[in-house]
Design a protein. Sequence first.
Length: 455
Amino acid sequence: MLNIVILAAGKGSRMQSRLPKVMHLLAGEPILFHVIRTAKTLVDEFGGAVTVVTGHGREHIDDWVGTLGCRLAYQDRQLGTGHALTIALENASAEGKTLVLYGDVPLVTPDILRPLLAVSDDHLSVLTAIVKDPAGYGRIIRNGDGDVLSIVEHRDASATERAICEINSGIYAAPTALFQRLLPQVKNTNAQEEYYLTDCVALAVAEGAIVHGITGPEAAVMGINDKAQLAQMEQLVQAERRNALLQAGVTLRDPSSVYIMGEVEVGADVVIEPNVTLIGPLSIGTGCHIGFGCHLTRVEVAEQVVLKPYSVLEDTHVGEAAQIGPFARLRPGTRLAANTHIGNFVETKNAEIGVGSKVNHLSYIGDASVGELSNVGAGTITCNYDGANKHRTVLGDRVFVGSNSSLVAPVTVGDGATLGAGSVITRDVEPDALAVSRAPQKSIPSYQRPKKAKE
Ligand code: UD1
Ligand code: MG
């Protein structure tokens, strides 16, 4: 039985923000979400539950944490990390182990945590790291044999202690009963007048328990306390994700300019040009070409699709071998079948475009469906909104829409119909008919233009 407690009640004053620190986004997801994902992987493996301690700004956190299947503990006043864990363990069973994670230390992985859990049952283990710049972190004090004796917070440390480069990650594992025994002994006699969870280490040693300091990689134990650290960590995560894509056979022309948020799946032989942003969940099939400056949010792109530069796609499905852009905007609910073409300055929304159909220039296609092999001419607009309600436009297969036509919805155009250029279509058109609704052309021979009046 594994009891995982994530501490996330602090304000994070150093972020200078109204949003609680752990809700700021790292690679497109709240900092806290990265920690919860790791916790859930371990709970799936060992059994048990995840409890998140919230307090400051809980109205921004609690509902969302609930939907992720975690329990909540409420820390009304943030009296320190020791106080936060006390609250989380108040009603916990004394059986099994407790693993403490910090909501602001997001890069730790299940692989790094497993050795802490492997430590024998009556010991406490703490995850540490050797870092270049230990300022701000608690320092790990070991004896000559390398056993951990205590943790000293930066603010409370002497000059010699501050010179120690091994820091506390804030991540510990111990039998729940051991924490429950030690926590009531923690005092708040320190620079911040807080109940420090770190004091459990010296208390455990005093009780004769062994404390194992397990050293992990520096990046994995980095905490986020201000916007500079958040930015630095974003760069680390992005570098890792770009590298994962490169290893999977994706070509990134300029890796440093590609941003990857959330869960992203990209097939082999995909070429991604510079300045592309991918916001997941998103998938791109093999052999696609994602042009310069494209911005993709929650899309499903099949194989061999070409996205020309500066196309913006959101909540959209793109079928095989479609060609899109440059400068296309595909809004939520767009579903493009295979071999479709969407050209420059075309906006679609809640629109289905059938196999092989083309909307190549300067159009708005909203709340519409277009059948197969139809051609929608330049400047076509679906007038879907009557000022109060939205209506649908339905075009059949092999329809030809002449340039600069308006389709006033609700309206249906049958298979094989042709609409003359410049028409305003307000009534349904039967299959194979030609519908034209513009004034017949007149010619006035030898026409004299008006002349400017003399002064
Ligand atoms: C803490 C550790 C420090 C360690 C560092 C690693 C203590 C006393 N210090 O310092 O040794 O090197 O993390 O990043 O533990 N929190 C609560 N309730 C509270 C106070 C804090 O839930 O009353 C939560 C915060 O939301 C945060 C985490 O605990 O997620 C850590 O708190 P923070 O104030 O950032 O501690 P640090 O000063 O970073
Ligand atoms: Mg911190």
